[in-house]
Design a protein around this ligand. Structure first.
Ligand code: OXT
Ligand code: ADP
Ligand code: MG
Length: 564
């Protein structure tokens, strides 16, 4: 539209920033260049934070973790085509994990892209993003920026949270309109993540099933952690006496040391329970699809989920409770008032869990010439016990699975890991976001392979002075560091054994320590947390200590005819 002379102007850049600010966004994670550079500068000039990364994938992981931790969409800004594609991996991962996130990318001009005339970084980003997120929107006019941001926020947050893509053709950023009209085009969505109340009949059905169970089990997933109704969930657990077991990122939602925690009796509770109450956890591969020998006795499921068609995704759900976790949990608490606690079962689970914990404890303190996953993680666990509000970021295979088992979590949303996809590379982006969003220290335990996926982002951590301690579990390879190499070649599973992750830290402006014993590791970790300085601890682990694929070796495919 032509704006009459003398009228105060605004443009696409400013309207976008106004709309984001109005929606409570203060932190943007991203990587700048043509055509989005000015967003970063002007966002900072307004007193907001732009966290500038070295690769968009890591900026995207940071945004998605910010979304998970805060229940507000995390925002990532990237340049066109290649930058967009790097960010898209993180957007897809966010959607897979049900984390709210908005990826905003600059894009090339439509008339050139649509005729495939070879524009600078030409790509049909809108359509490429579409299958990887909840919605993919393009903004064509400055007066639509407000509505687009509102739609993106509401889409990311409502129902099952997830990713949204916002495509902004370069020219729009500098397109002007009247400032007054622009201001009128912005608003904040009312109640963007509305409560969804389960039907009373569904609550009754679930309550009957639970009351009549002999061996009920509550299974907490990261959807329950995301819901931020921690006290209600703890009350459900305690009022009913039902043992619970957390999925990895739900660890600490109710403390791992709670007397009803069945994490250390996992295979027993999955097999022997007769009624399982899933709260914000999907029956996907991580739960063996609800069937097979993991699940032992026949059982009935109650499932609390906001996404109606998640119900019956794999096996029959006898009592679906479709709604938000908080409303469903509180409705169930009401309906279960006065329920008899399953005392015998509670005791049996507690006994098994105590036995497993005691057995594991003996392995955690063993002295070995070289550190293994048990004694190293045991040392870490003893230090972290005293810092319950540190966020633990965790990736790797053995480094992931053993840390999940050994390290207790005491508070909700203090563990961020490889999630639903089991993706390597979430480490440094997640650590950055956790430090920024919580304002508290972060410890990242990473396999040496896992760390490599985002290692250069360590410079991002030192640049912003983030209190992150990265412990690289240096066993010299993927799964193991002692694989035999074929003649005249270096094994495809190994890394250079001379790699010095501690020196990498120093080179990138941080502190670096190399440790060879559990005692040295504990001291280095304690010192690093106390100093608040960005640190890498290069922890030398026995190359023979790991196992192929960690705890999920059963999913690994091997040749049926063997080596030829
Ligand atoms: O009851 P039982 O007896 O069964 O015992 C259970 C619990 O009761 C007990 N337990 C306890 N005992 C005592 N005390 C306590 N406190 C306690 N707590 C629990 O312990 C056992 C186990 O319990 P858990 O862990 O709860 O249960 P379980 O059975 O393991 O649970 C099943 C799962 C599936 C829920 C669980 O295992 C899980 O969450 N797994 C996630 C696995 C995962 O996602 N792995 C990552 C992917 S692996 C692979 O693909 C890798 N890649 C390929 C690649 C990837 N992923 N991404 C990209 C972008 N590119 C490539 C690569 C490259 S891993 C990898 C790198 C690996 O090398 P690194 O160097 O990084 O790492 P290292 O291996 O260290 O070298
Ligand atoms: P985990 O990996 O911990 O088992 P999943 O990511 O598989 O957890 O499952 C999370 C589930 O939680 C998803 O099915 C999602 O729809 C659901 N969810 C997310 N937020 C809410 C909420 N506020 N209320 C109800 N369900 C939710
Ligand atoms: Mg390794």
């Amino acid at each position: 539209a032509v704006v009459p002379e003398g009228v105060e102007l605004t443009d696409g850049f400013h309207l976008l920033m106004d709309a984001l600010e109005m929606n409570g966004i203060t932190n943007i994670y991203g990587l700048l260049g043509i055509p989005v550079t000015e967003i970063g500068r002007m966002w900072q000039a307004r007193g907001n934070k732009f966290y500038s990364f070295r690769n968009e994938q890591n900026a995207g992981y940071a945004a998605s973790v910010a979304g998970y931790l805060t229940k507000k969409p995390g925002v990532c800004v990237t340049v066109s085509a290649p930058g967009f594609l790097n960010g898209l991996t993180a957007l897809a991962n966010a959607t897979t994990n049900c984390f709210p996130m908005i990826l905003i990318s600059g894009s090339s001009e439509r008339e050139i892209v649509d005729l495939q005339q070879g524009d600078y970084e030409e790509m049909d980003q809108l359509n490429i993003a579409r299958p990887h997120c909840k919605a993919s929107f393009r903004i064509n006019r400055p007066e639509d920026i407000g509505v687009a941001v509102v739609r993106a926020v509401r889409t990311a947050l409502s129902g099952r949270p997830g990713g949204v893509y916002l495509d902004i053709p370069a020219r729009l950023f500098s397109t002007v309109m009247s400032a007054e009209e622009g201001k009128k085009s912005l608003w904040v969505p009312v109640d963007p993540a509305p409560a969804q109340i389960p039907a009373p009949s569904a609550v009754q059905r679930a309550a009957e099933l639970i009351k009549n169970a002999k061996k009920p089990l509550i299974l907490l997933g990261k959807g329950a952690a995301y819901a931020q109704c921690d006290a209600d969930i703890k009350a459900l657990v305690e009022e009913t006496g039902i043992p619970f077991t957390p999925m990895s990122m739900a660890k600490g939602l109710v403390s791992d040391t709670h007397p009803q925690c069945g994490a250390a009796a996992r295979s027993m509770v999955l097999q022997e329970s007769d009624v399982v109450v899933l709260i914000g956890a999907r029956l996907n591969w991580l739960l063996s699809h609800g069937k097979g020998k993991t699940w032992g006795n026949p059982k009935k499921f109650v499932q609390i989920d906001i996404q109606a068609n998640e119900i019956d995704s794999n096996v029959q759900i006898h009592a679906p409770l479709v709604g938000d976790v908080q409303s469903c949990v509180n409705a169930l608490r009401d309906a279960l008032k006065g329920m008899n606690k399953p005392t015998e079962w509670m005791n049996a689970v507690a006994e098994r869990a105590a036995g497993s914990r005691a057995k594991l404890a003996t392995k955690l303190s063993t002295a070995t010439p070289v550190m293994n996953y048990h004694n190293s993680l045991g040392a870490i666990r003893d230090v972290l016990k005293n810092y319950p509000d540190i966020t633990l970021v965790n990736e790797g295979a053995n480094a992931l699975d053993n840390a999940r088992m050994v390290i207790d979590q005491y508070l909700p949303r203090k563990r961020v890991d490889t999630g639903t996809w089991g993706v390597m590379g979430i480490g440094m982006g997640s650590a950055a976001a956790a430090a920024v969003e919580t304002g508290k220290p972060v410890v990242a335990i990473c396999g040496d392979s896992a760390f490599g996926f985002s290692a250069m982002e360590y410079e991002t951590l030192t640049r912003y002075n983030l209190p992150v301690t990265v412990i690289v579990m240096n066993n010299g390879g993927i799964y193991r560091g002692d694989e035999a190499s074929p003649e005249h070649q270096f094994s495809c599973m190994l890394f250079n054994p001379n790699t010095r992750y501690d020196q990498l830290s120093i080179a990138l402006g941080g502190e670096g320590v190399r440790v060879n014993t559990p005692e040295e590791l504990a001291k280095a970790l304690e010192d690093s947390i106390k100093s608040g300085k960005t640190t890498i601890i290069d922890a030398i682990i026995d190359p023979a200590a790991g196992v192929e694929s960690g705890r999920i070796g059963n999913l690994n495919i091997v040749s049926t005819i063997g080596k030829k």
